[in-house]
Design a protein around this ligand. Structure first.
Ligand SMILES: [Zn+2]
Ligand SMILES: [Zn+2]
Length: 396
């Protein structure tokens, strides 16, 4: 139990007593609940165990009037929207406001407060809050977003490509110290190098970043002219980004640990690569399938034929048209689509489009005329007319 818990936990609610409950009432409520949820009478019931722990913890705090008063004070702060001051690491200007606020971890500040007496000592393991210093605490680097534009074929096969990234890094001139060449930073006299100072609030000390050194623990008398004493400088680095086969337009790829390096031994952030895929003049995509429209002649469709259809990355595949293939028919060529994660491939979906010649040679015209004579009895619209008529009579 640390005082971090106090911000989050309602011990009165845990015991089911009002905030002004007497010690006798608290004891009574606790005894009843502890008996009900005791591990001895609730074997292998994690819910009861958690509840028992919660009740014991609440009683620990509320049964001691002094601890209870501290708890009440902490809770009053928590419910009034109290915010910890953020901004370790020199991100802010003077005021102590800075980009570090989101990475701020309350438990590190309050963890040192230590535990309290446990009437059921030994029943459960308690995670003790170890002391740590906020300014030296490992911090995860931030995530970076970057974009790449790939050709359609590159997206299908996947590739590894170098990405140039610009991010904040230690200044190369002063090696991150912020001090001019030939000088060294000295220990901050205000915080003695700790990077933080204690401020009294609500009966116990809250550490906050030292203003003199902006949480760095060191002060610079002659600032480095390159970084103006910040110790940071934009740095460009190249990251090899592996784009998997079959990536889609608009997809985000997360490359773990390729973002901003962490501080004080913290892990690096991630690099998010947003992929833009250039449309292909011939192929389209539908999930893991590729699509293509293929013109065929009337005679190929009517008589049946083997036609060559292009596949991505060059080459063709032979597709058999059955006799009497209709316009708009979709033929499936298995395994010629997009590579999936499991190593299999989607399909190539070929849409048949019957092409009508805009011009005919006289031989072709003669041949078509004899074809028309030979099929004079066939009216392709006869059924259509019948259905239109049926619909009309049915509606009247
Ligand atoms: Zn300081
Ligand atoms: Zn510098």
């Amino acid at each position: 139990m640390s005082q971090k818990d106090w911000f989050e936990k309602d011990y009165y609610k845990a015991l089911g007593v009002p905030k002004d409950a007497s010690q006798a009432d608290i004891k009574k409520a606790f005894r009843a609940l502890a008996k009900k949820h005791h591990p001895d009478s609730n074997e292998n019931d994690p819910k009861a165990e958690a509840r028992f722990k919660e009740v014991s913890e609440a009683y620990d705090v509320l049964s001691d009037e002094k601890t209870r008063a501290d708890y009440d004070e902490t809770r009053a702060m928590a419910t009034s929207g109290f915010r910890m001051p953020g901004g370790f690491g020199g991100g802010g200007a003077g005021s102590g406001q800075g980009g570090g606020a989101t990475a701020f971890d309350l438990s590190d500040l309050l963890g040192r407060a230590g535990g309290f007496g446990d009437v059921f000592g030994g029943v459960f393991n308690r995670g003790g809050g170890g002391a740590s210093t906020g300014a030296r605490r490992p911090r995860r680097g931030s995530d970076i977003e970057s974009g790449v534009t790939l050709s359609f074929d590159e997206a299908l096969t996947g590739l590894t490509l170098p990405l140039r990234l610009t991010s904040e890094a230690p200044c190369a001139v002063c090696a991150g110290t912020g001090a001019k060449a030939g000088t060294t930073p000295r220990l901050c006299p205000t915080c003695q190098g700790a990077g933080q100072v204690n401020r009294n609030a609500g009966g116990f000390a809250f550490p906050e970043p030292c203003r003199e050194c902006r949480g760095r623990g060191m002060v610079v008398d002659d600032p480095c002219p390159t970084c103006h004493g910040s110790g940071h400088a934009p740095s460009t680095r190249t990251v090899q980004a592996r784009v998997p086969a079959g990536v889609k337009n608009g997809q985000r790829i997360r490359l773990r640990g390729k973002g901003t390096p962490g501080e004080n031994g913290g892990e690096a952030g991630d690099l998010l690569v947003v992929v833009t895929v250039t449309p292909h003049p011939v192929f389209g995509r539908s999930g893991d399938n590729l699509t293509i429209d293929v013109p065929v002649t009337f005679d190929e469709a009517a008589l049946g034929a083997d036609i060559a259809v292009p596949v991505p990355n060059g080459g063709t595949v032979k597709v058999r048209l059955a006799e009497g293939t209709q316009n708009g028919r979709v033929l499936r060529v298995r395994g010629k689509g997009v590579r999936r994660k499991d190593g299999t491939n989607g399909d190539l979906l070929v849409t048949v489009q019957i092409a009508v010649p805009a011009r005919l040679s006289s031989d072709a015209r003669d041949a078509l005329k004899s074809y028309a004579d030979a099929t004079a009895g066939q009216d392709p619209r006869a059924e259509l007319m019948d259905r239109a008529k049926d619909a009309k009579s049915g509606g009247a």
